[in-house]
Design a protein around this ligand. Structure first.
Ligand code: APR
Length: 233
């Protein structure tokens, strides 16, 4: 029985209609990263940051999972060994498709967190500086549960544990420019030189030389076939 770890990035949600980060249309809607995705930005202009993420959260109601998300659910359901899906995405398309063993290492749009206690809440609607936090009973204490630049990604111990035991590592729809996720492929190879490493992307990425295999194409088009093959192997 083989253990598999899968890393996904914004490319897997592209065919659902969510913009990638570094694509031509850009997720940032004219905002510089420093203006919306750093703790300093939130301190400086919380209304701007809240409204930026409110827009993204609201957008989730207009999109749905695509065949790439579904293929990973089929893989999880049929997989005999250990399985872990790690996503850098803050959308909810993996869980809506049915993924269960899933870690959102960069947080989730549909969650809010108390600045005072760290308590995390499920959050569907808009978050404003007038929202009263349920645990500290104060306004302006809830922030998006998103890992901003300069902050530590979530569940790293769990992820590295799985990477060290991986026999197969797939990296899907991520440019491989943002660490620590970009370094996962090197981590698996360090621990298991025989680990099968596959990059699945529209095009070769900056980290392509670390992968022994690659499949290029749209995730929604190539992943279902790739998964079927993996399950047949
Ligand atoms: N199928 C497969 N890959 C695709 C598709 C598609 N349909 N569309 C785009 N891609 C690929 C692009 O070629 C690119 O390599 O997806 C990748 C998207 O890269 P980025 O925009 O850099 O997104 P990502 O790698 O997820 O970014 C990582 O950076 O800004 C931070 O925290 C943010 O989680 C994000 C992290």
């Amino acid at each position: 029985m083989k253990n598999i770890v899968i890393l996904t990035g914004s490319g897997i949600s592209a065919e659902s209609g969510i913009s990638t980060f570094r694509g031509g249309d850009g997720l940032w809607d004219g905002h510089r990263i420093e203006d919306v995705a750093t703790p300093e930005a939130f301190e400086r202009d919380p209304d701007l940051v809240q409204s930026f993420y409110n827009t993204r959260r609201a957008q989730l109601a207009t999109v749905k999972p695509n065949p790439a998300h579904a293929a990973l659910v089929a893989l999880e359901n049929a997989w005999q060994g250990e399985f872990l899906l790690v996503t850098q995405n803050v959308d909810d398309l993996h869980e809506r498709a049915g993924s269960k063993k899933l870690i959102h290492m960069h947080g989730e749009l549909k969650k809010a967190r108390c600045l005072e206690t760290g308590q995390v809440y499920d959050w569907q609607g808009a978050l404003t500086q007038d929202t009263v936090c349920a645990c500290c009973q104060r306004e302006g204490m809830l922030r998006p549960h998103i890992v901003w630049f300069g902050e530590m990604p979530l569940a790293m111990e769990h992820i590295y544990h799985a990477l060290r035991k991986a026999d197969i590592f797939l990296s899907i729809g991520t440019s491989g420019l943002v660490y620590p996720a970009a370094g996962f492929v090197q981590e698996v190879r360090r621990n298991n030189r025989n680990c099968r490493t596959v990059e699945i992307n529209l095009e070769p990425t900056a980290g392509r030389s670390y992968f022994a295999e690659s499949v290029y194409g749209k995730a929604g088009e190539v992943l279902p076939g790739f998964v079927q093959q993996l399950l047949n192997d």
